[in-house]
Design a protein around this ligand. Structure first.
Ligand SMILES: Cc1cc2nc3c(=O)[nH]c(=O)nc-3n(C[C@H](O)[C@H](O)[C@H](O)COP(=O)(O)OP(=O)(O)OC[C@H]3O[C@@H](n4cnc5c(N)ncnc54)[C@H](O)[C@@H]3O)c2cc1C
Length: 384
């Protein structure tokens, strides 16, 4: 008998179809399971069977459904067949670790496995979820769960997370605490992403809103490279891109700001950024990544409108007023006073000298001027 967890990656589902055909021909029994999602992504639809394109009604429909129950672990397992050969090898032997530098520091940031995932969720629900609403947008605070890699690798099931929430707070539909509801809603954004990917599999490569196929984005190697290396001269973007490179993870608020900067300020197609995130994120997930990039570009479902362009200076000042996040990931700025940390080019020269910063030498000059880039982006949008 062959057992597997269902995959909703459109490319993998082709392989699964071939596998099923082979197993059927060989008369081998098989069974698949909802190993990583709450529901089959096509099971929650509008009453006429069409997909949701807006998140809130998707969430409301979810609240009306009966929740699955978490089964307890089996106490006894049948023994392995006598002729079963057990293969054991180390991660190093598999040679799957790529060229990225982050894995060298991997264990400083991550402990893989179910045990750690369960520890993290219980710690988060006990000590942090109550402040989730107020802290979740602050990249220098430990305000989110950091469960995304554990969810991605199937080390914890979203149903277990929601069951633990319900154990403490009762049925989700009746919870009033805005922080706890917000956290549950984020878990459901992941489901919404899979819902969109299932109904619109082409969106991994193409914008959901067709009119964006004529957007005059241009591939620009110099800009793209500066962005990937965290060398754009905009500290909030650079800090995020360096956090990604060194840890394999980036805070959600900064994912939005740095993605927006690539698409709107540097005019690089969103697909290029999505590919980079796909290669470098530990939680790289085809559905959530596609949805995150399309949302930011304004071309996806329930997306932020294109013309609402994040200002990388004020976003930094608003969500990290002391500049602690910038100082952590861009240490060359560590002595710059908070007032200038998100716009070093505006700092008086004596302040820069005192902080040991030579713009263009030990920290880059801003790669584009915010105001000019914004105007150009809006012009491009109108020309579409
Ligand atoms: C451009 C861009 C790319 C992204 N790429 C990915 C990706 O490849 N993989 C990924 O898991 N998430 C992605 N996200 C969503 C989000 O940034 C991460 O899920 C979140 O930062 C993970 O941190 P956390 O576990 O502390 O989240 P928490 O805030 O603690 O949220 C709990 C869980 O809810 C889910 N979740 C939260 N926000 C979102 C969201 N916006 N969309 C979908 N699910 C969400 C995640 O599974 C997360 O672990 C992306 C967002 C953007 C803007």
């Amino acid at each position: 008998m062959v057992l597997w967890n269902r995959s909703y990656n459109p490319k993998e589902s082709k392989t699964v179809k071939q596998l099923i055909k082979k197993l059927t021909n060989l008369d081998v029994r098989y069974e698949s399971f909802e190993g990583s999602l709450l529901k089959n992504p096509k099971s929650l639809t509008k009453s006429d069977g069409t997909p949701y394109l807006v998140y809130t009604p998707f969430w409301n429909n979810f609240l009306k459904q009966n929740q699955e129950k978490i089964l307890s672990s089996p106490t006894v397992l049948p023994p392995l067949p006598k002729n079963y050969e057990h293969h054991n090898t180390s991660v190093e032997n598999l040679k799957i670790l790529g060229k990225n530098s982050w894995y060298k520091k991997f264990h400083e940031f991550w402990t893989p496995g179910e045990k750690e995932a369960l520890r993290k969720v219980s710690d988060f629900l006990k000590h942090k979820v109550g402040q989730y609403q107020s802290l979740r947008d602050l990249p220098h605070k430990d305000g989110t769960s950091c469960l995304s890699p554990h969810l991605h690798f199937g080390e914890i099931h979203p149903q277990r997370i929601l069951s633990l929430v319900e154990k403490n707070h009762g049925p989700i539909a009746k919870i009033k605490d805005p922080s706890i509801i917000q956290f549950c809603k984020e878990i459901l954004w992941r489901e919404f992403s899979y819902h969109l990917l299932q109904f619109f599999p082409h969106t991994t490569d193409l914008s959901l809103k067709e009119k964006f196929s004529s957007f005059p984005w241009r591939k620009n190697k110099t800009y793209f490279l500066a962005w990937t290396k965290g060398q754009t001269g905009y500290p909030i973007v650079d800090a995020g891109m360096r956090q990604l490179w060194q840890t394999g993870w980036m805070h959600n608020r900064v994912r939005m700001i740095s993605a927006s900067f690539l698409i709107k300020h540097l005019n690089v197609p969103w697909q290029e950024g999505a590919k980079w995130f796909w290669q470098t994120l530990l939680d790289a997930d085809l559905a959530s990544n596609t949805q995150g990039w399309q949302w930011t570009a304004g071309c996806g479902a329930d997306a932020a409108p294109f013309f609402r362009i994040f200002n990388p200076i004020t976003q930094g000042q608003k969500f990290d007023p002391e500049g602690n996040y910038a100082r952590l990931w861009c240490p060359e700025l560590s002595k710059l006073p908070s007032r200038w940390i998100y716009s070093p080019w505006l700092a008086p020269s004596e302040v820069l000298i005192k902080a040991g910063i030579k713009l263009g030498e030990n920290y880059p000059k801003a790669i584009v001027d915010h105001k000019t880039a914004r105007e150009k982006a809006l012009e491009n949008y109108k020309s579409m």
